[in-house]
Design a protein around this ligand. Structure first.
Ligand code: GDP
Length: 354
């Protein structure tokens, strides 16, 4: 890991500020999906984000294979521990997206993947072992937009619209090192306008609370202004002025991934870490609830567990009656024990209890 003293460093160790200590002990479960065309630098960025090589054995298909390649979904989980805080991070990569010539259906498996995780959660939630549900729901999706175009492509629009009711979309402008600063600014503005014009709901960072300190408020404002985050990814360490930094070496100089003057990489990471809990909450309260509501309404789906249909009401009544019987039994036993306690000397009861 990088030195925690690095200015602007926001690591997982800061997570406990967000949540209860119990979750710290148990660890965090977070699923991040990266989507967008192939070759936009998704895997490189993910590796830079978590400073771990998630895909050591990744096979890059040769060009001839690419044309018929369908979307293959690839989930990798890493356990990252930083200063005693555990994070179980799953990254869902969609490597071949956009490679096939016919793309109109290529996001369907991605949507299916998200729904499958909701379905699994719904199933587990209505099961007996509710305390130990593994949460594999996709909490955020970094949607990569090419910096080589003039804005969103029709497929980007189509995809994000299919996705926005299911997951927190965070738009990312890839390979920002190929643009000058004014170009980045212009393209960002253009992308935001197109997102708005097409009524795409991206993840909205919540405003900082009034009682937060000024620094945090300023940080939130700055993060909001940076969307879509213009990023640069690299898996290489390069020496700059005697310091090893993650960067891309060009004949004319080095682009430093973690230099805020060079790109928004640090902002994206800060956003993810400082809003991890909010992303989880929005996933649960909004996207998952939407899914549940749709699922309960769907006629051809299996009978929903929480649905108050005649049959379920009956089952509920039977359960209640059983519970009452059990309560009565417990009361009777309690009364017997009390009676015994009164009639026998205390020492005897004690030894009996032991
Ligand atoms: P993916 O298919 O979206 O996962 O893309 P990869 O991460 O495999 O990257 C595709 C190519 O783009 C590789 O040759 C990377 O070295 C290169 N690349 C990744 N990130 C950047 C970046 O930020 N800037 C530039 N110029 N190239 C990048």
């Amino acid at each position: 890991f990088t030195n925690p003293e690095t200015p602007g460093y926001v690591g997982f160790a800061n997570l406990p500020n967000q949540v209860h200590r119990k979750s710290v002990k148990k660890g965090f479960e977070f699923t991040l999906m990266v989507a967008g065309e192939s070759g936009l630098g998704k895997s490189t960025l993910v590796n830079s984000l978590f400073l771990t090589d998630l895909y050591p054995e990744r096979h890059i298909p040769p060009a001839a294979d690419k044309i018929t390649q369908t979307v293959k979904i690839d989930a990798s989980t890493v356990e990252i521990e930083e200063r005693g805080v555990k994070l179980r991070l799953t990254v869902v990569d969609t490597p071949g997206y956009g490679d096939a010539i016919n793309c109109s259906d290529c996001y369907k498996p991605i949507i299916q993947y998200i729904d499958d995780q909701f379905e699994r959660y719904l199933h587990d939630e209505s099961g007996l072992n509710r305390r130990h549900i593994v949460d594999n729901r996709v909490h955020s999706c970094f949607y990569f937009i090419s910096s080589q175009g003039h804005g969103l492509k029709p497929l980007d629009i189509e995809f994000m619209k299919a996705l926005h009711n299911k997951v927190n979309i965070v738009p990312v402008l890839s390979k920002a090192d190929s643009l000058t600063l004014p170009e980045v600014k212009r393209l960002k503005r253009r992308i935001l306008e197109e997102i708005q014009a097409n009524e795409i709901q991206i993840y909205q960072l919540p405003d900082a609370d009034e009682d937060e300190d000024e620094e945090f408020k300023e940080q939130t404002r700055c993060l909001k202004e940076s969307i879509p985050f213009a990023v640069v990814g690299s898996t290489q360490m390069i020496e700059v002025k005697g310091k090893k930094v993650r960067g891309r070496l060009y004949p004319w100089g080095v682009v430093e991934v973690e230099n805020p003057d060079h790109c928004d990489f640090l902002k994206l990471r800060t956003m993810l870490i400082t809003h991890m809990q909010d992303l989880q909450e929005v996933t649960h309260d909004l996207h998952y609830e939407n899914f549940r509501a749709r699922r309960l309404q769907s006629k051809d789906g299996e009978p929903a567990p929480a649905m108050d249909s005649g049959g379920n009401t009956r089952a509920l009544k039977e359960k209640e009656a059983e519970l009452k019987r059990m309560q009565q039994m417990v009361q009777q036993m309690q009364a017997q024990i009390n009676a015994q306690t009164k009639s026998s000397p205390p020492g005897k009861v004690m030894s009996h209890n032991l």
